[in-house]
Design a protein around this ligand. Sequence first.
Ligand SMILES: [Fe+2]
Ligand SMILES: [Fe+2]
Length: 311
Amino acid sequence: MEIENILVVDDEEAIREVVSTMLESKGYHCAVAHNGRVAQDQIKKATPDLILSDMIMPEMDGIKLLEWVRQYDPDVPVIMVTAIHDISTALEAIRRGAYDYILKPFEKDQLFLGVGRALQHRRLVIDNRNYQIDLEKKVRDRTERLETALDQLERSYDDTLEALGSALDLKDAETEGHCQRVTAFCISIAKTMPVPDQYLPILARAAFLHDIGKMAIPDKILRKPGPLDDAEKVIMRTHCEIGYNTLTRVPFLREAADIVLAHHEFFDGTGYPRGLRGEQVPLAARIISIPNTFDAMLSDWPGGGIQFARG
Ligand SMILES: [Fe+2]
Ligand SMILES: [Fe+2]
């Protein structure tokens, strides 16, 4: 452990000598000052770990020095040294922030006990503060790391979705870019509505993946140039449930899965697969159906208007 520095402030040279000799015999390092003013100068040059100060001194007394130290460095404990008849002043010093007082004439053990306690108190205060600072830093670092990890996770989610979307584009080249366009329109529409911000990523994922179930639709139906017959329509329509079953297994896509299932429901109840009506159709599914239909109308997919039913 480092040697602790104690500043002994007393106008009587004999007392300064006796006290510092006693303390140095115990392994402390002592400096002395003969009044508060001189003590101030020394403290400014090198802050001690503890101050032992007489009460009555010329130029600047113990109480004034104490008040200054409390402002200058509240971590430095001050022990007031006082004569037995002056105990009320010592108590006043305690009220003003002195750590303790010691009565003159000194008893060696009493001095060591008081000094030991004050220094231990200071160490505890400093250790506690360092611990607090360290803890706050750790919390800040970990929060930062967590946020970075969450950002990366979010990005890798989106990369995964991109990959899924591209896989569908590969299979159904005729409708390439459909999911991206529907997503962009959905976000634009949602932003003009009272849709909470936290709903937007769910809407975006659902819009992007709304036709993912088409991965399981046979190519001869998916790419058929003409209108689908009734049996083919039945198969084509299963893409809603297939998409739902695929996505619902992924925890962060569960809400999007419900929307995917409902993306061909119509407000008037004539949609599929469940024939939901009005507000039974999730809001995001109602939003998706607008650009989904619109994009099909603008695209030159084979089959013309029939694509409304296919999209
Ligand atoms: Fe669809
Ligand atoms: Fe679609």
